[in-house]
Write a protein that binds this ligand. Structure first.
Ligand SMILES: [Zn+2]
Length: 612
């Protein structure tokens, strides 16, 4: 397998694509502005020593002095074990931190004996500064590598708790013990499970070189000064993904190319000949067909070559992937067609999981197959494709119904989470009321409010699509209402309205334009409800009023056969909403028990949103 690392770094974000056999395998994105200072190492000067707090403030050249607690000056391996047990390298409980500091002061050397004002020291930032507080720092530097975390100033070996097997823990400990420089510390990360001695060794060598660079820089130059910048995505990529399997690394920014070159020359000299500056005229991701793949990975529907497709639904609790035959109709038997689609889906599902970086629980719904041997074949193929994945996946067998349940290790936010935000129009629901539902809601509202409007003309403002429905397919209902209310109804389309919003008022009264409202829809909602309340009174009153009207209409025998003019079911996007809409129109307008067709059920109470 030949792979490439294609890096787009000439814009406001760095994007790294791992391309395997011409196909996008993994994608990493980092916005340049979002980087903090945690992990950075500074040469700083002790500004104040505070015996009462058992802490010191250190000038690291930042706006606010950094905080350094005594436990981060004379820390014990126990503290470090606690810190690295989670593999994250950072403690998590913010609130109790100062409380914990106080407890840890107990015994041992005092801050005033360890540090003097004006002293130059090397510290690493463990926590980002926040509004009023400076950064939190430690003198116990730790440098994360691919498989190991190096702690140059502590004599200690730790193994991630998430490596469960005692045998494997012992193996890893023995390897590190035999290779580490005396007195130094290493924590073995979870990802190191099962890796070879050779790989651990090269990671260790990398980290030792990196530390020596830092020491060299701390010995010369000004104070305060930044002496080590925690690796950004670009250099992390080089560290973690630039393996001998990678043919070359291609990057489109001259300055970033130079930075990578320097990094490689200093720390990974074997790879020097494998970096290239991209000089194509197309944007680099276009040139390698990656941009298209990213777009595809943000779609819900993913087409297969055979004409089948996947529907990928990333939800809070799990991700569901549905395999469909689509327009693919094979010439051979149905079972063969289905199996062929499922087999094609195996590869695509595995790829999409990687590109989209989907973790946690995943359910793949393959198309039902009758023959057990076909189910077997699909499971086997799926597992084969998952094997390329860096993230560990656990797969159950395929069930009678063709379902595969699996989990995939969550290593970072999913691509969708990273690159998208909930739709502001539907407020993340993924749908809006159908045009029929809104139109019928509007018609019901005209009937409720019509009598309360004093003029002989009623102005209705709605989204142009809704206005259009009322002017064409549903015009009969408007005419019907005009007769009933003995008023003229003028419907105006308003492009600034949300599809679900409308206003009903007399000609003198001016409706509030949605675009004039600073807060948009969110703020508009309570206003509309308030209007209803003023006009209608309690839900019980409304019910009574409508029942009375219903009764009157039945007596009059108006013969409103408007139901025949109502819009066809097929144009509504969602089945549910559509079903509702039809039910409502029967209840509200088209028919009454006396005048309508026999199959119409009596009207239930109209839907009213309670106003507290
Ligand atoms: Zn939406």
């Amino acid at each position: 397998m030949s792979s490439l690392l294609v890096i787009n770094a000439d814009g406001p974000e760095t994007r790294v694509a791992l391309v395997e056999d011409g196909l996008l395998g993994e994608l990493y994105i980092e916005r340049k502005r979002e980087r903090g200072i945690a992990g950075n190492i500074y040469k700083g000067r002790v500004e104040r020593v505070l015996p009462g707090m058992q802490a010191a403030f250190v000038n690291i050249g930042a706006e606010k002095s950094a905080y350094l607690h005594v436990s981060d000056v004379r820390g014990t391996p126990d503290d470090l074990k606690r810190l690295f047990a989670g593999d994250a390298g950072k403690s998590s409980d913010d609130e109790d931190e100062e409380e914990a500091d106080r407890r840890r002061v107990g015994s041992g050397a005092r801050i005033e004996d360890l540090l003097k004002e004006g002293q130059e020291i090397v510290v690493q930032v463990t926590k980002e500064p926040i509004s009023t507080k400076g950064a939190r720092t430690t003198r116990y530097v730790s440098l994360p590598g691919r498989h190991l975390v190096f702690m140059p100033t502590v004599d200690h070996i730790g193994i991630s708790r998430r490596i469960a097997s005692d045998k494997e823990r012992r193996r890893l400990r023995d390897i590190v013990e035999s290779m580490r420089p005396p007195g130094s510390g290493f924590i073995v990360r979870t990802v190191a499970e099962g890796i070879s001695e050779k790989e651990l060794k090269s990671d260790m060598e990398f980290l030792i070189k990196l530390w020596n660079e830092i020491v060299k820089r701390s010995e010369s130059g000004r104070c305060p000064a930044l002496i080590y910048n925690d690796l950004d995505l670009l250099l992390r990529t080089v560290r973690d993904m630039f393996t001998p399997d990678v043919e070359k690394l291609i990057i489109d920014s001259r300055s970033e190319y130079d930075r990578v070159k320097k990094f490689i020359a200093a720390l990974m000299p074997d790879f020097t000949g494998h970096i290239e500056l991209y000089d194509g005229t197309d944007p680099i991701f276009d040139g390698y067909g990656i941009e298209i793949e990213i777009d595809r990975a943000l779609e819900r529907k993913v087409w297969l070559k055979s004409g089948g497709y996947l529907i990928v639904d990333e939800m809070e609790a799990l991700t569901a992937i549905d395999v469909n035959t689509g327009r693919f109709v094979g010439k051979s038997s149905l079972e063969d067609t289905i199996t062929k689609t499922n087999l094609e889906a195996c590869r695509e599902v595995a790829e999409q999981l990687r590109i989209r970086s989907i973790g946690g629980m995943i359910v793949v719904d393959f198309i039902d197959m009758d023959r057990p041997q076909n189910r077997e074949k699909v499971t086997r193929t799926f597992n084969e494709h998952l094997r390329r994945d860096r993230a560990k996946a656990t797969v159950t067998r395929i069930s009678e119904l063709g379902l595969i349940e699996m989990t995939r290790k969550r290593t970072r936010e999913s691509l969708l989470h990273n690159l998208t935000e909930p739709c502001t129009y539907c407020e993340g629901k993924g749908y809006t009321k159908s045009r029929n539902t809104v139109a019928y809601e509007l018609l019901r509202e005209i009937r409720r409010q019509g009598d309360l409007i004093e003029s002989d003309t009623i102005i209705v403002e709605a989204h142009p699509t809704i206005a259009d429905v009322l002017a064409t397919t549903d015009h009969a209902f408007i005419e019907d209402l005009e007769k009933r209310l003995q008023k003229r109804i003028v419907v105006k389309g308003r492009g600034s309205f949300h599809m679900e919003d409308f206003e009903i008022h007399s000609p003198g009264e001016k409706a509030i334009e949605k675009s004039d409202l600073a807060g948009g829809r969110e703020r508009e909602e309570p206003k509309r409800r308030k209007r209803r309340k003023r006009a209608l009174g309690s839900p019980a009153d409304v019910e009574a009023m409508l029942a009375e009207e219903e009764h009157a209409a039945a007596g009059a025998g108006g013969g409103n056969n408007a139901a025949s003019g109502r819009a066809d079911d097929s144009d509504a996007p969602t089945g549910n909403a559509n079903g509702n809409a039809n039910g409502d129109v029967k209840n509200g307008f088209a028919t009454s028990p006396a005048a309508g067709p026999a199959d119409v059920t009596p009207a239930p109470a109209p839907e009213i949103k309670p106003t507290e």
